[in-house]
Design a protein around this ligand. Structure first.
Ligand code: 0A1
Ligand code: ZN
Length: 879
């Protein structure tokens, strides 16, 4: 039992307790660790298929919870040897995958040797190989796949990391902190030693070894520290790192200015890898990125890709304070770092570009990704109460709703007081593993707010709905607001939330309002009166989307057209446009519209569109936002149970009608925008956005003309925004230009993985009637592989998000996604589990399709040996 070199790697099932029920971790069961690890020295003998890891832990009893047993987590690893205080030690045991040692004293040195196979690590968690390089991903629980350790975020250690390996294969050797020594070894090897002075949890550890080239720059902090910056990529990619580097420098400047946060090491390294489960990772001083969020040049990256690079580089950089200097006590507190860091990256991007457009995009993402989560079987509060597999909680709720909750604090406090709160938070908790409660308390104390009731946002899941009634008498208008928070799994009854609503009342005659009011709804039902309104005003509520709620207010089409044209809050203008279209499409899908009502509804929408297209005061970026129709998933939310086929048909028919009715406007627009030369400034970006929007409306109305224009746009393109936009439109049409352009694109960008991903996505996400068959065929394309998460997402996430594919009435779309989950699960359970939520929405779909979706979930559930990731998502989706 003590010679663990013969212990087989433990599969996930070995961690199931005897009763076969999955282990549920509960938030309230938190206890401090029995042992602390103030220091760790790691020594890696690098190899692609057998890396030897020697780990020396200095352990100390934790006075907060002393106990004799040291629990070291492991996952699929075996100890080759265990030493305590320099002596071979036999008195240890395994508990599932964990290694336990009883230790008599107050402090000991524990040395453990493990060997891992990076090439066999297709889960991409722990130490893995990607295109000949070695890299790590340790959040949330990957470190335990490398060595035995108390792999929990409240154990903070100072790391010293030595690594040695073949100089040819691994010329670059990186870890966290600063390089302290290096040298040559025997037989063509070399070594490097790194030291990170900042104590950190194991999830922030990183190591990279490979043949990489660096783009370099530097940044001098406001206190005068010169920081060397490097972005490591594969040779040949260095020309595409400029935008990432500029974004990094801008982030460093911004965090000093806006949050008073300065960088704290002499170097900051970024490495881009092609095989990565998520977007990027904030490892201390050594961020590891999916190439997708680093590489950008005009020819291969769209304007959206540029924004994504800027946002993710900033996000990871901002984690240095919100996440690394102050980390999470346990994984239930994930939103402490993620919600806050998303808010920070959103604020940064808003400051860098168009703030209103950024806000609209963020709300669109929230509604498309988080609202469905909040109303489905996987709904959870931003601070969950329990989990089986923490990887399943890197969700739009924890990230994006988490950001919205903190944004509401900024609305309640105002920017200056909010900053006092964050200053206090960083002061109080620097160097600690903190909780969401610590954050709220610091904002409360620093900003001078009472957030007692507000804390419910951390406890209750579900999107609150606010019903608005407007009454007018004499010169007084009274708003009566009723809130309901819907029941969610495990939370049948809800308490009222604190809902800050920025509100304005417009005078119809002047088109102006008398100043914005901040209404704070805190009761189940509450009335608010405003005098000085001789005539009934037009209500503009939840301006700027000040609260992440659904507003139900009886606004006439006429008033919505008014707000779409006149509201001085750009978000509210967008919202009015959306509401106008949503109301119309929802009624149309429900079959509630008489022919006359359909005409009237369309006429109002057409008028609003015409006004937007003609408004000389609007910039094109904003105009581009205003003419985007509400997404299908958002419409599904309003309709449940929904027939996705009807939504697609009505939405497309409205698009066709707008294309026909405003044909002259769209063609003029396409001509005007096509004449604007490429640059990254807002005007040129706006022109590119509108150029493709014009084609989107022309396509269903005048397919031949649209195809001709799209082909011309494709051929003339000097940049990926124009090229991809044109190809997207062509991919949805049954025209001869389609195949020609798709073939050209594939050939033109052969070998560029990120661009070939686009080629897969465009086809899987297209409006083409045969899109499902296209996806099925693409799965057999030589460029397709299940081993690269970007490629899997490019084909199948686009397919799962395309109702025309996923909700095909035959059920073939559901079957395809279930087959994918079953095939992918043994390779990468983390990524496989991400495909379960689309099937989990079956309760929202009309009965025939719902039965087919459920049957696929049951088929998955019946499969033995599922990963914990997929098992949790599937079992919850069937409840
Ligand atoms: N903390 C990272 C997200 C992340 C989470 C898990 C990962 O591996 C499965 C990777 C990255 C962030 O918020 O950027
Ligand atoms: Zn993050």
């Amino acid at each position: 039992m003590n010679d663990l070199s013969s212990t087989p790697a433990l599969p996930a099932e070995a961690q199931l307790p005897d009763d076969g029920q999955p282990t549920v971790i509960n938030r309230l069961d938190y206890t401090p660790p029995a042992w602390l690890v103030p220091q760790i020295a790691l020594d890696f003998a690098l190899s692609l298929d057998a890396t030897r890891v020697l780990s020396v832990l200095s352990v100390e009893r934790n006075p907060a919870n002393p106990a004799p047993t040291l629990r070291l987590n492991g996952d699929g690893i075996a100890a080759r040897s265990v030493n305590v205080d320099g002596q071979p030690h036999n008195d240890w045991r395994m508990d599932g995958a964990d290694l336990l040692i009883d230790l008599p004293g107050e402090a000991h040195t524990v040395t453990i040797e493990t060997v891992v196979n990076p090439t066999a690590n297709t889960q991409l968690s722990g130490l893995y190989a990607s295109g000949g390089m070695l890299c790590t991903q340790c959040e949330a629980e990957g470190f335990r796949r490398i060595t035995f350790f108390p792999d929990r975020p409240d154990v903070l250690s100072v790391y010293t990391v030595k690594m040695a390996g073949d100089k040819q294969k691994f010329p670059i050797l990186l870890s966290n902190g600063n390089p302290v020594a290096s040298g040559e070894g025997e037989d063509g090897t070399h070594w490097a030693e790194w030291h990170d002075p900042w104590p950190k949890p194991s999830y922030l550890f990183a190591l990279v070894a490979g043949d990489l080239v660096a783009s370099r720059d530097s940044f001098t902090t406001r206190s005068g520290r010169k920081v060397d910056l490097a972005i490591y990529v594969r040779a040949g990619d260095e020309a595409r790192t400029d935008h990432a580097m500029r974004s990094l420098i801008a982030s460093m400047e911004w965090d000093e200015e806006v949050y008073g946060r300065e960088y704290d090491l002499d170097l900051f390294n970024i490495v881009a890898v092609s095989d990565f489960n998520a977007g990027a990772m904030e490892n201390k001083g050594l961020n590891v990125f999916n190439t997708r969020y680093i590489l950008a040049d005009p020819e291969t990256a769209t304007d959206g890709d540029y924004d994504a690079v800027e946002g993710v580089v900033a996000h990871e950089y901002f984690h240095n304070w919100s996440g690394n200097r102050v980390t999470c006590r346990d994984w239930f507190q994930l939103s402490l770092k993620e919600g806050f860091t998303v808010l920070r990256d959103q604020q940064f991007s808003a400051d860098r570009g168009s703030a209103p457009v950024k806000r609209i995009e963020d709300v669109r993402i929230l509604r498309a990704a988080q609202f469905p989560e909040d109303s489905g079987p996987l709904a959870h509060p931003i601070r969950p109460d329990s989990y089986q597999e923490i990887s399943n909680f890197y969700t739009a709720t924890v990230y994006n709703k988490g950001a919205e909750v903190i944004r509401m604090m900024t609305v309640l406090a105002g920017p200056e007081r909010f900053r006092k709160g964050t200053d206090l938070y960083f002061d109080r908790h620097d160097g600690e593993a903190a909780t969401c409660e610590d954050f709220v308390k610091a904002i409360e104390d620093g900003a001078g707010l009472d957030l007692t009731q507000f804390r419910r946002w951390y406890q209750q899941a579900g999107t609150p709905r606010v019903d608005v009634a407007v009454a007018h008498a004499g010169d007084t208008v009274t708003l009566t607001l009723k809130q309901t928070v819907p029941p969610t799994p495990g939370q049948p009854d809800k308490q009222p939330m604190v809902i800050p609503l920025r509100t304005a009342l417009f005078d119809r005659a002047t088109g102006k309002h008398d100043g914005e009011h901040l209404i704070v709804l805190a009761e189940a039902e509450q009335s608010f009166s405003f005098s000085g309104h001789a005539t009934p005003p037009v209500l503009s509520i939840n301006r700027g989307f000040s609260a992440p709620v659904a507003i139900a207010s009886p606004v006439s089409n006429e008033d919505l057209v008014f707000l779409a044209a006149h509201d001085d809050d750009p978000f509210a203008r967008y919202e009015a446009m959306q509401q106008l279209v949503v109301q119309h499409l929802v009624s149309a899908v429900r079959g509630e519209l008489s022919p006359a009502q359909r005409d009237a509804g369309r006429k109002a929408i057409g008028e609003a569109f015409a006004a937007v297209l003609a408004d000389g005061a609007l910039d094109d970026l904003m105009r581009g936002e205003l003419v985007i129709l509400p997404g299908e998933s958002y419409l599904h939310e309003q309709l449940a149970p929904v027939d996705p086929g009807k939504v697609r048909a009505e939405r497309e028919d409205l698009k066709r009608w707008l294309g026909e009715t405003l044909k002259a406007e769209w063609t003029t627009l396409h001509d005007r925008c096509s004449a604007v030369p490429y640059s990254l400034d807002a005007a040129a970006r706006g022109a590119r956005k509108l150029k493709t929007q014009a084609l989107v409306y022309l396509a269903p109305a005048a397919p031949t003309e649209a195809a001709r224009r799209a082909r011309a746009q494709y051929d003339a393109a000097t940049n990926m925004t124009d090229r991809q936009g044109a190809l997207m439109v062509l991919a949805g049409l049954d025209v001869p230009e389609r195949a020609v352009a798709l073939a050209d694109f594939h050939q033109r960008f052969a070998g560029n993985m990120l661009v070939i991903d686009k080629w897969f996505s465009l086809q899987a996400g297209s409006l083409h009637p045969d899109a499902l068959a296209h996806v099925q065929a693409l799965a057999g394309h030589p460029d397709f592989t299940l081993n690269n998460p970007n490629r899997v997402r490019a084909l199948y996430m686009a397919a799962a998000a395309n109702p025309g594919v996923f909700h095909d009435a035959s059920g073939a779309g559901y079957r395809m996604i279930a087959d994918l989950i079953l095939q992918l699960d043994p390779i990468n359970g983390n990524v496989a589990a991400r495909f379960v939520p689309p099937l989990g929405r079956w309760k929202k779909i009309e009965p025939a399709r719902a039965a087919l979706m459920r049957a696929e979930l049951e088929r998955i559930a019946a499969q033995p040996g599922l990963s914990r990731d997929v098992r949790e998502q599937v079992s919850k989706s069937l409840e």
